[in-house]
Write a protein that binds this ligand. Sequence first.
Ligand code: S5P
Length: 457
Amino acid sequence: MSKEQFVLELEKIGAIKFGSFTLKSGLVSPFYFDLRDMISYPAILDGVADLLVERIKDMKFDVLTGIPYTALPIASLVAAKLNKPLIYMRKEEKAYGTGNNVIGKFEKGAKCLVIDDLITTGASKIETAEGYEKEGIVIKDFVVVIDRSANGTEELGKQGYQLHSLISLEEIVQLLKDKDLITAEKVKEVEEFTTSLTKSAKKEKYINPLTKKLLDKMNEKKSNLVLSLDVTTQTEFFGMLDRVGDQIVMLKTHVDIIDDYDENFVPKLQEYANRQNFLIFEDRKFADIGNTVRHQFRNGVYKIADWAEYVTVHMVAGELILKGLFEGIENRAGFVLARMSSKGNLLNETYTRKCFEAAKKNPQWVAGFIGYGNSVEDIKRFKAKFPGNELLMMPGVKKEKGSDSMGQQYITIEEAVGGGADCIIVGRGILKADDPGMEAKLYSERAWKAFQKRINS
Ligand code: S5P
């Protein structure tokens, strides 16, 4: 089957349609592609498998996969035709044990070629690659049947992947126009639609005022060190601030662990913040329904909203938690916990992606993400998926890699910042040092140097 015949067959079975379609994102698209039903037409399935074989037969790879569900049967046929082993990834991550997320036989370090039906933004491809990479499989190339993306090649390229496609949207449009299957008007509509997508993909991104405030303070103080002041008395708290406050850009508190908290605590903290020139971030990790977090933030003993400009927010209750927290108040924003540093935490890739989607929809309430990665590469990939200009705040940082006995994991200052952390959040690395003042200076200088190096490269 030729490429042209294949496109005409797809049109006949309704897998490619031109009209007016409302997408999940709310955008109205002049075309709609859905290759799911193709498997029920043996001649078409065989035809596309032959075309893919032709496209990839000279590429170097050890195993082949297809992204479930649509591309998996296609990849099976291609693998059989090429006499290559097939593997695939469970759609749901196994909740227990290690590994076994990949079905099929492969050697560690095997090079895998990934087949998919379509590409729109490239985000799900990157997620797939990360899943395989975790299992020791190397991904470099993706082959899609139809490329309908505005900038998929660039997006994958940024992550070091190469995109190959059988047919582009433009080719399909041209062919159907030549056969008088779509009108010139429709062709124009498609062109306008794709141009506007490309433009919006490149549009200047919004900066949250509190993101900017933190960036400005970092530059002013030449520090990207956030101190996590996890001590339990006011004497220890302010005693430690006397020694380290000048080195930090921001102070992270857990106000509820102070045994002798009283009405003097907040005014004193504010006086220190003014004098030592740092911002205040209460790590309250809100996680309840909107109405409850609104009270937890604004009322009660601590009245956090009165004094903490930044707070941490879990997304487990859904994105309306942001409305509950921040609606109607000025100059407050959240750091969304998109990944955690603790061993065995339940935040998986899908959850992380949902955090990004929530932030994208509510940029006025999100200053950044809390996140952790276990290597420079891992952090880079994570950071590349941030929807806008949010900052990456990274806990689990020490001078040396390691862990504690209660699940905390640590990477080094240079790995954290080199990978993409904008601020490092450090507690015990400084608090437990013989000379916390000197130690804070050392952390601050090393983190700032690594930050300058990354920004300038
Ligand atoms: O995933 C996370 C998120 C946070 S905010 N892992 C963390 O460790 N934190 C916080 O960072 C944690 O609550 C603690 O206050 C700090 C790390 O402290 P350290 O003593 O381990 O450096």
